[in-house]
Design a protein around this ligand. Sequence first.
Ligand code: SAM
Ligand code: SF4
Length: 314
Amino acid sequence: MQDLHGRTVDYLRLSVTDRCNFRCRYCMPPSGILKRDQRDILSLEELEEIASACVRCGIKKIRLTGGEPLVRRGIVDLCRRIRRIPGLQELCLTTNGSLLPQLAAPLREAGVDRVNISLDTLRPDRFAHMTRLGDLSDVVSGVEAAEAAGFHNLKFDTVLIGGFNDDEIEDFVSLTRDHPWEVRFIELMPMGPCAGWNRRCFLPGDTVLKRISTLQKIPPSGVAQRYQLPGAMGTVGLIAPVNHDFCSQCRRIRVTADGKLKGCLHSAEELPLRGLHGKELEDAIRRGILQKPQRHHLAERRSDTPRNMNQIGG
Ligand code: SAM
Ligand code: SF4
């Protein structure tokens, strides 16, 4: 369905947990999050009910996210149940990749269509530093497991951070020569723990084009501008929410793990869905879609959400 600004909204990012087995420095505080009572988080039944109601309101694509979606107990069964919702065209998942060695095959079997893997550095020491708890070798095994399970054309999401990984742009782009992958550079958004970071960390996405002059423009996909090295198997994406906002083309809504519908990642407005069922639930979702905020204010270096990214899902 359309919102009040004429945008078709057909994409739901559904957060299944705010917990994570990493503590990425820009996303989560070092101590992690306050452990909530499990009852504060949507149950698997509630997640399925909300997903189903969203599809009846016009959602065609659902991406499961978190926190780390793969730490949620019952995730494979949830995927199987959501994939069966009549009218859903695509079920995707965004993950840090560390649990894919054990879960890639069951997720594929459960009907997950695509996985995106977040990967900010190709260097083990930097990876350990940025994620605080992660080991790059787990993610590398996860990539292999995903491909073996039949997830081809993987997408990698790389947050571009000045002074941390901008000297790896070339290495990331080179991955696309011999793999049918899309490496997507995402501008760091000033929110949560990184809101007060030095301005030098916030590089414009165009930095990639300045560094790699041989990239050729190809048609965009969703909110990503896309490029390709001549003769490469894969592609390069640029997602620039800060410097080239794509609000006028935004087709997304989000539902947090505690059951709040957000029309915009960066808005403080939230609509509680918990406890609603049937027509009441659908009416609330329709209201949330209609009232989707027109734009965010990241260009003024301001996100209005009080949440950290792990509490929304990216
Ligand atoms: N744990 C999963 C993962 O890392 O892919 C899913 C949740 S994570 C919050 C989703 C995405 O948001 C990741 O690609 C992460 O790098 C990105 N992210 C988190 N904080 C961000 C920020 N401040 N700016 C830009 N991207 C951010
Ligand atoms: Fe966890 Fe993903 Fe946030 Fe990293 S970016 S702390 S993996 S939720």
